[in-house]
Design a binder for this molecule. Structure first.
Ligand code: GLA
Length: 344
C-alpha cells in the first residue's frame, strides 16, 4: 500500500438516449473535459477517513462505511464500502480531498465521476489492477445500492470506457459498445440553465417504477424489448404508462439513428433527433421544465441544428449542436436573452 494516491474521472454529456439505460436501451453519451480528482493522503491522526470538498466547502469524517450520511459524502463513503466488499482492504487514517471542475447537479454525471475517481484513487493506493468492468460495477453499486438513486449503467460506463473526442454508443441490454467519431465542423455545446436539481429529490425513481410496471404489463423484461407500442398495448396501459413507454420505445430508435448519423456525417439529422428527443422528454416523459424548454427554443431559434436537455432533467443543463462558426454568436445571443445561462 502506498501512503498517497490520486484518481481522476471525467463527466459526460448525453447526446441521445435519455432514460433508456434502466430500460435495456441504447444510449449515446460523450465524455467532457471536466473532471473530479480525488487525492488520498495517509494521516496518522485521522481515525477513519476525513473527506474535504472544495465544491461543498465542508469536511466530513467517517469510520464506519456501512453508515449512510444522506449527503454528498455518501459517494465517497459508499465507494469505500463497496471497494472493501470486493477487495477486503483496510481503509483508515486517510485524508481524502475532492477537487472538481465538473459542475455538480446539472446533469453532467458528477456523482458517477466522483465514485469512479475515488475507485481509481483506491486502486492506485492499494496497487490493485482493477479491470474496467469491475470499476463500472463498483461505481454502479455505490449509486444504486448505497446512495439509492436508481439510474442505469450509462454514467459509470462512459466515465470508465468513454473518450472526449468520440461519442460512446452503448447497448445497455448487453453492454456492447463502440466509440463513434464526432462531426468535424459542428460542436456540441453545453449550457447550464441555472435551475438546480437534486436527483435524489426528483421523481426519478417514480419514472423508473412506471417503466417497470409498463414492461411487466406487456410481458417484457425491458421496455426496450419493444420497437412499437401497438393498439393492444394502448388498451393495457394507463395514460401515464403509455406516455413513458412511448418515450422509451421511440427514444431507443433515435439513439440508433443518431449513431448512424454520426457515422454517416449527417449533423442535420442528428440535430433533428436531439430536438425530437427533447420534445418527447418534455411532453411524454415529463422531466423538462420551463428553463430547459426556453434554452432549447432559443438555441434552435438562433440556428442550432437541434437541442435537448441532458441527463435526468428536472433542471440542469441542455446540449445543443451548432456549426463551429456560429458558437460565439450563439453565446452572445443566449446571454442576451437568458442572462442566467452558463456555457460549460
Ligand atoms: C441520470 C442517471 C442515468 C440516466 C440518466 C437519464 O443521469 O444516473 O443512469 O438514467 O439520468 O438518461
Amino acid at each position: 500500500m502506498k501512503s498517497s494516491s490520486v484518481g481522476k474521472a471525467f463527466g459526460r454529456v448525453n447526446l441521445l438516449g435519455e432514460h433508456l439505460d434502466y430500460n435495456g436501451g441504447c444510449v449515446l453519451p460523450l465524455q467532457i473535459n471536466r473532471a473530479v480528482t480525488t487525492t488520498m493522503e495517509y494521516k496518522e491522526n485521522i481515525e477513519g477517513i476525513l473527506i474535504k470538498s472544495g465544491s461543498y466547502n465542508e469536511e466530513i469524517s467517517a469510520t464506519n462505511f456501512s453508515n449512510k450520511l444522506n449527503n454528498w459524502a455518501d459517494f465517497i463513503i459508499g465507494s469505500c464500502d463497496y471497494f472493501n466488499r470486493f477487495y477486503e482492504v483496510d481503509i483508515k487514517n486517510f485524508l481524502i480531498n475532492i477537487d472538481s471542475d465538473l459542475p455538480i447537479g446539472i446533469g453532467l454525471s458528477s456523482s458517477a465521476a466522483t465514485c469512479v475517481s475515488m475507485i481509481n484513487a483506491l486502486s492506485n493506493l492499494f496497487e490493485i489492477n482493477l479491470d474496467q468492468s469491475t470499476k463500472v460495477k463498483i461505481a454502479y453499486n455505490v449509486e444504486n445500492n448505497f446512495v439509492g438513486v436508481g439510474g442505469g449503467i450509462m454514467d459509470q460506463f462512459v466515465s470508465v470506457y468513454g473518450a472526449i473526442d468520440k461519442a460512446l454508443f452503448l447497448n445497455t441490454k448487453n453492454n456492447d459498445y463502440k466509440l463513434v467519431p464526432l462531426f468535424k465542423d459542428y460542436s456540441f455545446q453545453i449550457i447550464d440553465s441555472g435551475k438546480k436539481r437534486i436527483l435524489s429529490d426528483s421523481p426519478f425513481n417514480e419514472r423508473k417504477e412506471l417503466c417497470n410496471k409498463s414492461a411487466k404489463k406487456m410481458g417484457l423484461k425491458y421496455l426496450c424489448d419493444k420497437d412499437m407500442i401497438d393498439q393492444k398495448d394502448q388498451v393495457l396501459l394507463s395514460n401515464s404508462e403509455l406516455k413513458v413507454s412511448n418515450h422509451v420505445v421511440e427514444e431507443n430508435k433515435r439513439s440508433m439513428k443518431g449513431c448512424e448519423a454520426l457515422l454517416n456525417n449527417d449533423p442535420k439529422l442528428f440535430g433533428e433527433l436531439m430536438t425530437q428527443s427533447h420534445n418527447s422528454l418534455a411532453n411524454d416523459y415529463e422531466v423538462s421544465c420551463e428553463e430547459l424548454d426556453q434554452l432549447v427554443q432559443l438555441c434552435n431559434g438562433y440556428g442550432a441544428l437541434g437541442s435537448k436537455l441532458t441527463g435526468a432533467g428536472f433542471g440542469g443543463a441542455i446540449v445543443t449542436l451548432i456549426k463551429n462558426d456560429f458558437i460565439e454568436g450563439l453565446k452572445e445571443y443566449i446571454l442576451k436573452n437568458y442572462s442566467n445561462a452558463k456555457f460549460i
